[in-house]
Design a protein around this ligand. Sequence first.
Ligand SMILES: Nc1ncnc2c1ncn2[C@@H]1O[C@H](COP(=O)(O)OP(=O)(O)O)[C@@H](O)[C@H]1O
Ligand SMILES: [Mg+2]
Length: 269
Amino acid sequence: MALCREPVARQAKLNLDSVTPPANPLVSFRNVFYRLGRQDILRNLSFDVEAGETLVLLGRSGSGKTTVLKLVNGLLLPSEGEVLVEGRPTTAWNSIRLKRRIGYVIQEAGLFPHLTVAANVGLVPRLESWPQQDIDRRVVGLLTQVELPPAEFAHRYPRELSGGQRQRVGVARALAADPPLLLFDEPFGALDPMTRMELQRQFLAMRQNLGKTAIFVTHDVREALLLATRVGLVHQGRLEVLTTPSEFLLAQGDEVRAVLSCLDTKGNV
Ligand SMILES: Nc1ncnc2c1ncn2[C@@H]1O[C@H](COP(=O)(O)OP(=O)(O)O)[C@@H](O)[C@H]1O
Ligand SMILES: [Mg+2]
């Protein structure tokens, strides 16, 4: 299949050019393979994620997107090559420390059903032994930020929330200990279109206000183009295209054209 690859020089630099010298990338994949038995799940992935960017990984179900995220937070280790977070290979990180540097949001939000919204959001600060009043203040601030008025929502349980509200709590929880890096694994995939749009808008506002770095996985090409500073197309375990949203629209290759053809119909890959 014809591939459309970005020149390495362009991959390496983003929109942070002139003001400050480029910082070290927050995340780097260097010739990463991930194998299960004899099957290559990921094949020779190399890319950097710079501070402040949102890299959206787009691809069909089964292409390897979730595996990429698990390699970033150390849930999986590469079979070959290196994944670096803040310049250090994931194999050299203490696994708990690494996970605390990263907020992870998944499709079903992954909330603890027996904990209230406030307790779910305050979980990591509590594990990090913050004073209770700091935790309370942080929880109130975060719930306000994700537009869940604390007086109404703090004491509810996850089962007392809609799907969209649960995702908002999931985002608040991921932000709680102010991690430099956020991973999103199809977080809005199960939501109705209106709720999804609201959460996408909130994601963009969050990026503007907090300047967080994110890797965001989706199979929805519209969502990718809306949220990304760069889009990476994952296909059969390879990163086939890595480029800006506007250049992605012009990229060549069978899979990228297949993905883009969905824009004319229902907007999903
Ligand atoms: N624990 C596992 N055992 C066997 N195969 C797996 C396992 N986890 C993932 N895979 C396979 O790895 C491939 C990539 O999976 P995944 O990263 O979850 O894809 P995506 O998130 O893009 O849908 C798929 O073909 C999937 O079937
Ligand atoms: Mg997945």
